[in-house]
Ligand binder design. Structure first.
Ligand SMILES: [Zn+2]
Length: 357
């Protein structure tokens, strides 16, 4: 893989990751861009002990542009996009409208004595999986998935080294039903200046289990799922994809490596090669459930950068809000108000439907 780093017209970083070592990426960004906005505010919610990013400048971001104005397509002729080259394999660049960035502005120290404020220091990156506007992740080649995994490893290592970053979260939102604002196949990476609430909860559970039994909670749960096999959708030598026994979403699958590793950079060559074929098969099963492109979120759970790394266990959480051909699952009163999920599809049935899709 060849790595070429350039600066866009407004100073943001862009990195080409090419599968061919002889790729030349020397096209300059010819656009006239205003400077990127400063970091958002992080406001502390004392009632829940959580941080909220308040990003006023993001309201102006590009929303579902027509295909001929796609900012993630390569630049061709007089049409200049975010990517100056006329073609690419995988590209990563800093989001033009980031929730988190290193461009820290002066902020008030607090809203009230209960609500401290700090700059949303971190980083938001966009990962373009292909220069083909009409493709989808499920239709990438296994080789390209391997490249994407290597890119996520590169970015996890690089973002973990940025000042103040505590957790790196790669993810893909797919489908307008999820709130996707650009159709071009792409993912994102958020580098947070704190350990996220979801991860804190999972680490606390893992710590209690380790104190009580000496074991690794995620590894033992995975072993139990593999032993019963009832909710396993597919597996190979290095990975298992299973519906969690207490799945929250109508269709939810965890894809976990058999060897407990904290994050993507810790995956070895054989594990990285084995991921693509299994994940592509799983995504095609998702699309096959209702013979419709399935809206989904694919969320990589990685251990935090600095703390509790031994308690983390890398896994990908893939889930959809579609529960029937013409029905979506909305987060309503119980889920949004109280955080209690009501799942209309039994996890065993979801696993069965995915196995036969
Ligand atoms: Zn495009």
């Amino acid at each position: 893989m060849k790595r070429t780093q350039i600066a866009l017209a407004d100073g943001r970083e862009l990195i080409y990751f090419d599968e061919r070592d002889d790729a030349v990426r020397d096209q300059p960004d010819r656009r006239d861009l205003p400077p990127p906005p400063p970091a958002s505010q992080l406001r502390y919610d004392p009632l829940t002990d959580e941080w909220v990013a308040v990003a006023v400048h993001r309201q102006t971001r590009t929303f579902l542009p027509p295909a001929d104005q796609c900012p993630l397509c390569p630049s061709r002729g007089e049409r200049h996009s975010e990517i100056p080259a006329p073609g690419y394999d995988v590209v990563v660049f800093e989001n033009r409208f980031p929730s988190l960035s290193q461009r820290v502005a002066d902020e008030p120290a607090e809203i009230t004595p209960f609500t401290p404020v700090r700059p949303a220091r971190g980083r938001c990156e966009v990962v373009c999986f292909t220069d083909d506007h009409t493709a989808s992740f499920a239709r990438l080649s296994p080789q390209r998935v391997r490249t994407v995994l290597d890119v996520l490893a590169d970015r996890t290592t690089a973002l973990s080294a940025l000042p103040g970053v505590e957790q790196v979260f790669p993810f893909e939102n797919r489908g307008v039903e999820i709130g996707v604002t650009l159709h071009h196949p792409h993912g994102q990476i958020y580098a947070y200046p704190f350990v996220t609430p979801r991860t804190r909860t999972m680490l606390a559970a893992a710590r209690r289990y380790a104190d009580r039994t000496g074991g690794n909670l995620y590894a033992d749960v995975l072993a139990a799922e593999r032993a019963t096999g009832e909710r396993v959708v597919t597996s190979n030598e290095h990975w298992t994809a299973y519906v969690p026994a207490a799945a929250r979403w109508p269709f939810e699958v965890h894809v976990a490596p058999h060897r407990p590793v904290p994050d993507i950079p810790a995956l070895d060559d054989a594990e990285r090669d084995a991921f693509g074929p299994l994940y592509l098969d799983l995504l095609r099963r998702f699309d096959g459930l209702f013979d419709l492109p399935m809206p989904y979120i694919a969320a990589w759970h990685q251990a935090p950068v600095r703390i509790d790394r031994e308690l983390g266990h890398l896994h990908l959480q893939l889930f959809s809000i579609r529960r029937a051909r013409d029905k979506l699952k909305y987060l309503a009163g119980s889920e949004s108000g109280m955080g209690v999920f009501i799942n209309d599809i039994a996890p065993e049935r979801a696993a069965d439907l995915l196995r036969t899709a």
